[in-house]
Design a protein around this ligand. Structure first.
Ligand SMILES: [Ca+2]
Ligand SMILES: [Ca+2]
Length: 227
Protein backbone atom coordinates (compact mmCIF):
# COMPACT_ATOMS: atom_id res chain seq x y z
CA UNK A 1 0.00 0.00 0.00
CA UNK A 2 2.82 2.32 0.97
CA UNK A 3 4.65 1.44 -2.20
CA UNK A 4 1.58 2.00 -4.32
CA UNK A 5 1.15 5.42 -2.76
CA UNK A 6 4.78 6.27 -3.47
CA UNK A 7 4.43 5.14 -7.06
CA UNK A 8 1.28 7.23 -7.44
CA UNK A 9 3.02 10.31 -6.08
CA UNK A 10 5.87 9.70 -8.49
CA UNK A 11 3.56 9.39 -11.47
CA UNK A 12 1.55 12.48 -10.51
CA UNK A 13 4.76 14.43 -10.09
CA UNK A 14 5.99 13.39 -13.50
CA UNK A 15 2.79 14.72 -15.02
CA UNK A 16 2.82 17.99 -13.12
CA UNK A 17 6.51 18.56 -13.69
CA UNK A 18 5.90 18.69 -17.40
CA UNK A 19 3.68 20.83 -19.54
CA UNK A 20 2.54 17.91 -21.66
CA UNK A 21 0.98 14.56 -20.99
CA UNK A 22 2.65 11.69 -19.20
CA UNK A 23 3.77 10.34 -22.54
CA UNK A 24 5.01 13.77 -23.56
CA UNK A 25 7.74 14.05 -20.97
CA UNK A 26 10.88 15.44 -22.47
CA UNK A 27 14.54 15.51 -21.56
CA UNK A 28 17.77 17.04 -22.69
CA UNK A 29 18.60 16.40 -26.34
CA UNK A 30 20.62 13.29 -26.99
CA UNK A 31 24.34 13.77 -27.45
CA UNK A 32 26.70 11.49 -29.23
CA UNK A 33 29.26 9.42 -27.41
CA UNK A 34 32.12 11.80 -28.12
CA UNK A 35 30.19 14.71 -26.68
CA UNK A 36 29.34 12.78 -23.54
CA UNK A 37 32.95 12.10 -22.77
CA UNK A 38 33.51 15.83 -22.69
CA UNK A 39 30.46 16.68 -20.65
CA UNK A 40 30.05 16.85 -16.93
CA UNK A 41 26.90 15.98 -15.07
CA UNK A 42 24.38 13.21 -15.01
CA UNK A 43 24.12 10.87 -18.01
CA UNK A 44 21.47 8.27 -18.78
CA UNK A 45 22.96 5.84 -21.24
CA UNK A 46 22.86 2.41 -22.85
CA UNK A 47 25.66 0.19 -21.59
CA UNK A 48 27.44 -1.14 -23.57
CA UNK A 49 26.99 1.43 -26.30
CA UNK A 50 27.72 -1.16 -28.99
CA UNK A 51 26.51 -4.76 -28.91
CA UNK A 52 27.72 -7.19 -31.56
CA UNK A 53 25.04 -9.79 -31.99
CA UNK A 54 24.57 -12.33 -34.79
CA UNK A 55 21.13 -13.66 -35.64
CA UNK A 56 19.63 -16.12 -33.11
CA UNK A 57 21.99 -15.00 -30.38
CA UNK A 58 20.96 -13.42 -27.09
CA UNK A 59 22.53 -10.48 -25.32
CA UNK A 60 21.77 -7.93 -22.65
CA UNK A 61 22.27 -4.21 -22.18
CA UNK A 62 21.71 -1.99 -19.19
CA UNK A 63 20.11 1.40 -19.14
CA UNK A 64 22.41 3.02 -16.62
CA UNK A 65 22.88 6.34 -14.90
CA UNK A 66 26.22 8.04 -14.27
CA UNK A 67 27.11 10.74 -11.78
CA UNK A 68 23.66 11.31 -10.37
CA UNK A 69 22.87 12.90 -7.01
CA UNK A 70 19.76 12.28 -4.88
CA UNK A 71 17.99 10.07 -7.45
CA UNK A 72 14.53 9.03 -6.23
CA UNK A 73 12.89 7.81 -9.41
CA UNK A 74 13.28 7.38 -13.15
CA UNK A 75 11.38 6.58 -16.28
CA UNK A 76 12.35 6.17 -19.91
CA UNK A 77 11.39 4.73 -23.26
CA UNK A 78 13.84 2.38 -24.96
CA UNK A 79 13.11 2.27 -28.68
CA UNK A 80 14.30 -0.57 -30.89
CA UNK A 81 13.66 -2.16 -34.30
CA UNK A 82 11.18 -5.01 -33.84
CA UNK A 83 12.23 -6.58 -37.15
CA UNK A 84 15.74 -7.07 -35.78
CA UNK A 85 15.30 -7.62 -32.04
CA UNK A 86 12.93 -9.59 -29.86
CA UNK A 87 12.86 -8.42 -26.25
CA UNK A 88 13.08 -11.42 -23.91
CA UNK A 89 13.17 -9.80 -20.50
CA UNK A 90 13.32 -6.58 -18.51
CA UNK A 91 14.56 -6.33 -14.92
CA UNK A 92 14.52 -3.28 -12.66
CA UNK A 93 17.83 -3.22 -10.78
CA UNK A 94 18.43 -2.89 -7.03
CA UNK A 95 17.90 -0.58 -5.13
CA UNK A 96 14.95 0.35 -7.33
CA UNK A 97 11.56 -1.21 -7.85
CA UNK A 98 9.05 -0.40 -10.52
CA UNK A 99 7.28 -1.66 -13.59
CA UNK A 100 7.77 -1.98 -17.31
CA UNK A 101 5.95 -2.59 -20.57
CA UNK A 102 7.24 -4.28 -23.71
CA UNK A 103 5.31 -2.80 -26.63
CA UNK A 104 6.15 -4.60 -29.85
CA UNK A 105 3.64 -2.59 -31.88
CA UNK A 106 5.22 0.68 -30.82
CA UNK A 107 8.74 -0.73 -30.88
CA UNK A 108 9.68 0.26 -27.38
CA UNK A 109 10.21 -0.81 -23.80
CA UNK A 110 8.86 1.57 -21.19
CA UNK A 111 10.30 1.32 -17.68
CA UNK A 112 9.94 3.29 -14.48
CA UNK A 113 11.20 2.82 -10.95
CA UNK A 114 11.70 4.39 -7.55
CA UNK A 115 14.08 3.57 -4.72
CA UNK A 116 12.89 0.76 -2.50
CA UNK A 117 11.02 1.81 0.61
CA UNK A 118 13.48 2.21 3.46
CA UNK A 119 16.44 2.93 1.18
CA UNK A 120 18.04 6.35 0.75
CA UNK A 121 17.93 8.10 -2.57
CA UNK A 122 20.72 7.04 -4.90
CA UNK A 123 24.03 8.80 -5.50
CA UNK A 124 26.65 7.79 -8.02
CA UNK A 125 26.56 5.50 -11.05
CA UNK A 126 24.69 2.23 -11.55
CA UNK A 127 22.51 0.21 -13.92
CA UNK A 128 18.82 1.01 -13.49
CA UNK A 129 17.23 -1.57 -15.80
CA UNK A 130 18.62 -4.56 -17.68
CA UNK A 131 17.05 -5.53 -21.02
CA UNK A 132 17.64 -8.93 -22.60
CA UNK A 133 17.00 -9.51 -26.30
CA UNK A 134 17.55 -11.86 -29.20
CA UNK A 135 18.61 -10.86 -32.71
CA UNK A 136 15.93 -12.25 -35.01
CA UNK A 137 17.26 -10.91 -38.32
CA UNK A 138 20.40 -9.48 -39.82
CA UNK A 139 20.99 -5.78 -39.56
CA UNK A 140 21.75 -2.90 -37.27
CA UNK A 141 19.40 -1.41 -34.74
CA UNK A 142 19.64 1.73 -32.66
CA UNK A 143 18.74 1.42 -28.98
CA UNK A 144 17.16 4.81 -28.56
CA UNK A 145 16.39 6.38 -25.19
CA UNK A 146 13.65 9.03 -25.26
CA UNK A 147 11.06 10.74 -23.06
CA UNK A 148 13.38 10.16 -20.14
CA UNK A 149 12.91 11.57 -16.68
CA UNK A 150 14.97 11.46 -13.48
CA UNK A 151 13.59 13.00 -10.29
CA UNK A 152 15.20 13.79 -6.94
CA UNK A 153 13.90 13.44 -3.38
CA UNK A 154 11.94 16.68 -3.74
CA UNK A 155 10.41 15.23 -6.92
CA UNK A 156 12.07 17.83 -9.09
CA UNK A 157 13.56 16.79 -12.46
CA UNK A 158 17.30 16.08 -12.55
CA UNK A 159 18.89 17.52 -15.72
CA UNK A 160 20.72 14.86 -17.67
CA UNK A 161 22.20 13.93 -21.01
CA UNK A 162 21.19 10.86 -22.99
CA UNK A 163 23.44 8.48 -24.89
CA UNK A 164 21.86 5.85 -27.14
CA UNK A 165 23.34 2.47 -28.00
CA UNK A 166 23.06 0.16 -30.95
CA UNK A 167 23.22 -3.48 -31.95
CA UNK A 168 24.63 -4.98 -35.10
CA UNK A 169 25.71 -8.32 -36.45
CA UNK A 170 28.25 -8.44 -39.22
CA UNK A 171 27.33 -7.21 -42.68
CA UNK A 172 26.98 -10.56 -44.47
CA UNK A 173 25.71 -12.50 -41.46
CA UNK A 174 28.35 -15.23 -41.37
CA UNK A 175 29.32 -14.47 -37.79
CA UNK A 176 32.77 -13.10 -38.57
CA UNK A 177 33.92 -9.56 -39.20
CA UNK A 178 36.39 -9.82 -42.02
CA UNK A 179 37.34 -8.35 -45.37
CA UNK A 180 34.06 -9.19 -47.15
CA UNK A 181 32.18 -7.06 -44.62
CA UNK A 182 34.46 -4.13 -45.34
CA UNK A 183 33.97 -4.67 -49.07
CA UNK A 184 30.19 -4.62 -48.66
CA UNK A 185 30.38 -1.35 -46.76
CA UNK A 186 32.63 0.13 -49.43
CA UNK A 187 30.16 -0.97 -52.13
CA UNK A 188 27.35 0.79 -50.30
CA UNK A 189 29.49 3.76 -49.31
CA UNK A 190 27.67 7.09 -49.56
CA UNK A 191 24.25 5.46 -49.88
CA UNK A 192 21.07 6.03 -47.91
CA UNK A 193 17.54 4.53 -47.95
CA UNK A 194 16.21 4.70 -51.50
CA UNK A 195 19.67 4.97 -53.04
CA UNK A 196 20.42 2.26 -55.66
CA UNK A 197 23.44 1.01 -53.71
CA UNK A 198 21.74 1.12 -50.29
CA UNK A 199 22.39 -1.94 -48.13
CA UNK A 200 20.85 -1.57 -44.67
CA UNK A 201 23.19 -4.22 -43.27
CA UNK A 202 26.14 -2.00 -44.18
CA UNK A 203 24.73 0.80 -42.03
CA UNK A 204 26.33 -0.70 -38.95
CA UNK A 205 25.64 2.24 -36.66
CA UNK A 206 22.02 2.60 -37.78
CA UNK A 207 22.09 6.29 -38.62
CA UNK A 208 20.50 5.95 -42.06
CA UNK A 209 23.65 6.39 -44.14
CA UNK A 210 26.73 4.37 -45.00
CA UNK A 211 29.83 6.38 -44.33
CA UNK A 212 33.19 6.45 -42.58
CA UNK A 213 31.64 5.72 -39.19
CA UNK A 214 30.41 2.33 -40.42
CA UNK A 215 33.87 1.45 -41.67
CA UNK A 216 35.47 2.57 -38.43
CA UNK A 217 33.10 0.39 -36.43
CA UNK A 218 33.96 -2.68 -38.49
CA UNK A 219 37.68 -1.98 -38.38
CA UNK A 220 37.49 -1.62 -34.62
CA UNK A 221 36.02 -5.13 -34.38
CA UNK A 222 37.85 -6.64 -37.32
CA UNK A 223 38.70 -10.31 -36.91
CA UNK A 224 36.11 -11.00 -34.21
CA UNK A 225 34.02 -14.15 -34.50
CA UNK A 226 30.57 -14.63 -33.02
CA UNK A 227 29.44 -18.09 -34.05
CA1 LIG B 1 31.00 -11.36 -42.05
CA1 LIG C 1 25.90 4.50 -40.78
Amino acid sequence: MFRSAALSIFLITLVTCTSGSFLGITAEPAADITDCKLMQGTILYVDPSVTLLPVSNISKVNVAVADVVDLFGFQFYFGYDTTILDILGVAIQFPFEGSYEINETGGYVYAMGIVLIGYPTFNGSAPLVSITFEAVSLGGCKLHLYDTNLVDSTLNPIPHTITDGWVFGDVDGDGKIEIIDLVLVVKAYGSYPGHPRWNPNADTNCDGKVDIQDLVLLIKHFGEHYL
